[in-house]
Design a protein around this ligand. Structure first.
Ligand code: GLV
Length: 313
């Protein structure tokens, strides 16, 4: 009988799929181990596979604890927390979970956009607190006819654009390249896009190439009537400037699913009525998390069988 392949689990993934992984392989939970160093030392001579999630990632030092490591299977599409250059230099393959989460993440972008524009969370609190009995809630902005600027017209950005079209919005986008197969207006400069837009939605990957790409200048250009939505990564926006501009009213509002240093959210945002907040829930639905977990299982199975990965990065 051949023994089960060892897998070092860097962080949790969707529980039912974690259970499948744990029954099919010899899995070792690094994140909840009482002595992670001893655990890794005991595996270093043989463990070829690590499974991680998008937020947890895997650093170069962590990869180097496992000299035999050959695959990092990431539960999530964003691999910005994995040191890809180091993985490449060591010949370690990386897989992620693209496509299966696109529609749910785009739904969350629209939920946040609508929530910020129509003040949905504030209205909910208004009713719950009994304030409706004393006064009306007031009038809000409208999403209809807005110019929506999308930062990163990849799979998720396109899915957001399609939804915004259904809300009668005009679409512009910024990214490294103009796309020939869409009629949306292209901007090669993010500040120019923000200037044109009434709402700016960040949908680009995180990582060095997009670090703080939504700059203070871009947020200022978006302006006092502008709404900023982020379903990408906290790293893509200048968060301290975003907070400052929201507090002063120089930026009209925001819908935020992601932050620097999650789960910590700047105190000032919690007090702001112009902001809708979510705890990084973009892909967090049962069907999507099931499909993401299945892709992790499929990539691990392909690796173990010596086949090509299903979704290599
Ligand atoms: C979630 O943030 C992901 O990268 O899939």
């Amino acid at each position: 009988m051949t023994s089960k392949a060892d897998i070092l689990l860097m962080g949790p993934i969707y529980q039912p799929k974690l259970e499948e992984l744990e029954s099919a392989y010899a899995c070792h939970r690094y994140w909840s181990s009482e002595d992670p160093e001893a655990l890794v030392a005991s595996l270093s001579g043989r463990c070829e596979i690590a499974v991680t999630n998008g937020g947890r990632g895997m650093s170069a030092a962590e990869m180097d604890m496992l000299p035999k490591l050959r695959l990092i299977a990431c539960f999530g599409v964003g691999v910005d927390a994995i040191d890809l250059a180091h993985a490449r230099s060591r010949g370690i393959a990386v897989s992620n979970t693209p496509e299966v989460l696109t529609e749910d993440v785009a739904d969350m972008a629209l939920a946040l956009l609508l929530a910020a524009v129509r003040r949905v969370a504030q209205g909910d609190r208004f009713v719950r607190d009994g304030r409706w009995k004393r006064a009306g809630f007031g009038i809000t902005r409208s999403l209809q006819g807005r110019r929506v600027g999308i930062v990163g017209l990849g799979r998720i950005g396109r899915a957001i654009a399609r939804r915004c079209e259904a809300f009668n919005c005009e679409i512009g986008y910024f990214g490294p390249n103009r796309k020939d197969d869409v009629d949306y207006r292209y901007f090669d400069d993010i500040v120019a896009l923000a200037e044109w837009s009434n709402a700016l939605v960040a949908a680009c990957p995180g990582g060095a190439a997009t670090n703080r790409i939504v700059s203070r200048e871009a947020l200022r250009a978006l302006g006092a009537d502008g709404i900023f939505v982020n379903i990408s990564r906290g790293s893509v926006v200048d968060q301290p400037s975003m907070v400052e501009l929201l507090v002063s009213g120089a930026l009209g509002g925001a819908g935020l699913d992601v932050f620097d240093d999650e789960p910590n959210v700047p105190e000032q945002l919690l007090a702001l009525d112009t902001v809708a907040l979510q705890p990084h829930q973009g892909s967090a639905t049962h069907p999507t998390r099931t499909a993401m977990g299945q892709l992790v299982l499929d990539n691990v199975a392909a690796f173990v069988a010596g086949r090509a990965l299903v979704t290599p990065v």
